[in-house]
Ligand binder design. Structure first.
Ligand SMILES: [Zn+2]
Length: 64
């Protein structure tokens, strides 16, 4: 297998990463389609447990 002969410079790595910098930031948030609660995209809603129009997880009741 080919092996890199020289280490990339910081500049080179940073130039590459600048192209997808947005993806490295905090996960995107969206409003739940069911309850409107802000939630992380591609994850079930923590408020109602819904994802893609149906309930996929039970919402744990708060325990104190
Ligand atoms: Zn919800």
């Amino acid at each position: 297998m080919a092996v890199p002969k020289r280490r990339h410079s910081k500049s080179r790595s940073r130039k590459r990463r600048s192209q997808y910098y947005n993806e490295l930031k905090a996960p995107q948030l969206m409003e739940c389609n069911n309850c409107g609660h802000p939630k992380v995209m591609h994850r079930a809603c923590p408020e109602c447990g819904y994802y893609r129009g149906r309930q996929v997880v039970e919402v744990p009741e708060e325990i104190y």
